[in-house]
Write a protein of this length. Structure first.
Length: 249
């Protein structure tokens, strides 16, 4: 059985004269927590949208769950879970109504949806929050609800685009404990973040800057390679050096 969950080669996305993603290549193994790091505007979201079948690349190739991101992008959507950076739930619907709606969109039958909602409610401690309009929920609970939507159809690959943005540190730790459990169960997790403490939770990370991957590896290996005290200082120094290199002579 192929152990590769995500594989991309020279993936590129241009918008007119602007290159948002510039020839990136990487491989993510099944059951791995892979961190996709970079400052805002580095190209992380554009890259993840191509991997999720939401945006066609301008050049390059890739496979997600064994499916071609150019020719089989519709099939990819059915085989992955995706939690976008922007709030994607319907605010006038309760959490329960959102879950039922997305379950129907995935083509799941009512009895399966009901059982899965019960399971996820217990696992993510959703409780009474399921019966409240999602627009009235605190940010952390909205993120839990969005995660439950992404997990509803039991995907084996989960794409998370800055899932803990705007939430408090306590919830961020709880959220990552949930991700660890999922990874232990064999779910591949591909997560974008600009929080360095979260990046330390990943098995491997890649660092993007201006559309390119400028380094990758295990967090402790990157710290040692760049002779840094910690991941945050390594990241800052690396980006500073890249910016100096990018400056015209």
């Amino acid at each position: 059985m192929n152990n590769t969950a995500v594989e991309i080669n020279n993936l590129t996305k241009r918008f007119g004269n602007f290159t948002a993603v510039d020839g990136i290549s990487l491989t993510v193994n099944r059951g791995e927590i892979f961190g996709f790091l970079g400052a805002n505007g580095a190209g992380k979201t554009t890259a993840i949208r191509m991997l999720c079948g939401l945006l066609l690349p301008s050049a390059g190739s890739g496979r997600v769950a064994g499916l071609d991101i150019i020719r089989q992008f519709e099939a990819i959507k059915k085989n992955i879970g995706y939690m976008s950076q922007k709030y994607a739930l319907y605010g006038d619907l309760t959490g329960l109504q959102n879950l039922n709606f997305y379950g129907s969109a995935y083509g799941l039958d009512k009895s399966y949806i009901a059982g899965r909602i019960e399971e996820l409610s217990e696992r993510l401690s959703l409780g009474d929050f399921l019966n409240r309009p999602s627009s009235s929920l605190p940010t952390g609970w909205c993120q839990r609800l969005a995660l439950s939507v992404a997990l509803l159809h039991r995907p084996q690959i989960l794409f998370l685009d800055e899932p803990t943005g705007g939430v408090d540190p306590v919830f961020r730790r709880k959220f990552w404990n949930i991700l660890y459990t999922l990874a232990d169960e064999g779910v591949t997790i591909f997560v974008t973040t600009h929080y360095m403490d979260e990046a330390e939770y990943c098995g491997r990370i890649s660092i993007m800057h201006r559309g390119k991957i400028v380094d990758r590896g295990k967090p402790f290996e990157l710290i040692a390679r760049h002779n840094a005290d910690n991941l945050e200082s390594m990241f800052i120094d690396l980006i500073k050096r890249q910016e100096l290199t990018d400056e015209p002579a």
